[in-house]
Design a protein around this ligand. Structure first.
Ligand code: HEM
Length: 278
């Protein structure tokens, strides 16, 4: 009989008493003991892990978007591009993840839906922070976080900063494009309103990509991100309709009708509108 293969003979580290192991480094004890189903339904574990993994990817997305914005502000455009490409890939990953959740039928979800109480992704502060960071700002959506001072502060702090799109438009202004003063001095807490001077600037970039290559690339990185983000919204609303039909959400909104309305949100409106004019 051949002897069982022992990787230790080739140098694999096998003893971790007093040394940092994989489990220690990744904090897996905390992560893998954070699943607390509130029912005996088999599918609740899928539901919890799907949300938790989405939140982990959102954490990384925030890390990358904030850094990309910082690099844009400092003129390190190339570094920002790399990070924005990664963010689009993160959303692609999140999009693929819906396939796993879609294996849960309405009958299976109904078995544990009551256990969620009024909790809902609507209260995901990281999702809201992503929206605020890229540019979709709505102070009304601070309210579900009022009971948590730390989260409210994090969201408020973001509203005081220029969003990723504000920064991109300032890059246009720095490059010499005539951007209206109302836009450059706008109240950062307010939603972005599509502006003709911004659209004219992007249009010029698209009319001569060779001359404005970096800005052209920036515009396409932003569109790429929004494209994947829109797909996430679409996948979400389709999954929701498939699982709960037109019932109200646990978060209290009209459910599918609320989410359909969110499909109309444009993060970078001028970048979409100019396409009709080319
Ligand atoms: C069967 C699975 C799911 C159902 C039935 C569902 C249902 C809903 C509904 C009805 C809403 C509207 C708010 C409300 O009234 O509750 C909502 C919002 C939301 N859900 Fe889900 N959801 C599901 C899975 C997920 C997953 C896996 C995530 C990932 C984190 C997620 C994240 C969100 C977010 C971020 C919102 C807020 C969207 C916005 O305000 O634009 N949902 N969900």
């Amino acid at each position: 009989m051949t002897e069982a293969y022992d990787p230790a003979r080739e140098g694999a580290q096998m003893a971790f008493d007093g040394r940092m192991s994989y489990t220690d480094y990744l904090g897996l004890d905390a992560i893998l003991t954070a699943q607390h189903p509130r029912s005996t339904a088999h599918d609740e574990m899928l539901f919890i892990i799907q949300h938790q993994t989405s939140e982990l990817w959102m954490r990384l997305a925030l890390h990358e978007i904030s850094a990309a914005r910082g690099h844009l502000q400092e003129g390190n455009t190339r570094l920002a591009f790399k990070m924005l490409s990664r963010v689009a890939r993160i959303f692609e990953q999140l999009n693929n993840a819906w396939d796993v959740l879609r294996t849960m039928t309405p009958s299976e979800y109904t078995e544990f839906r009551d256990a969620l109480g009024e909790s809902s992704g609507f209260q995901s502060w990281q999702y809201r922070l992503i929206e605020f960071t890229v540019g979709n700002r709505n102070v009304a959506l601070l309210k579900p976080h009022a009971h948590r001072e730390d989260l409210t502060q994090a969201l408020e702090a973001e509203l005081a900063r220029p969003s990723l799109y504000d920064v991109a438009v300032r890059v246009l202004a720095k490059a010499g494009f005539a951007i209206s003063a109302d836009i450059l001095n706008r109240d950062l807490r307010q939603p972005w309103r599509a502006d003709e001077s911004v659209q004219a600037a992007w249009r010029e970039v698209y009319c001569d990509p060779q001359k404005h290559w970096e800005l052209y690339e920036l515009a396409e990185k932003l569109v790429d991100f929004e494209d994947y983000f829109r797909r996430w919204r679409f996948n979400h609303v389709t999954t929701v309709e498939r699982v709960i039909g037109f019932k109200r959400g646990t978060g209290g909104t009209a459910g599918v009708m609320y989410l359909r309305r969110m499909l109309e949100v444009e993060l970078f409106p001028e970048l979409w509108h100019l396409r009709t004019e080319l």
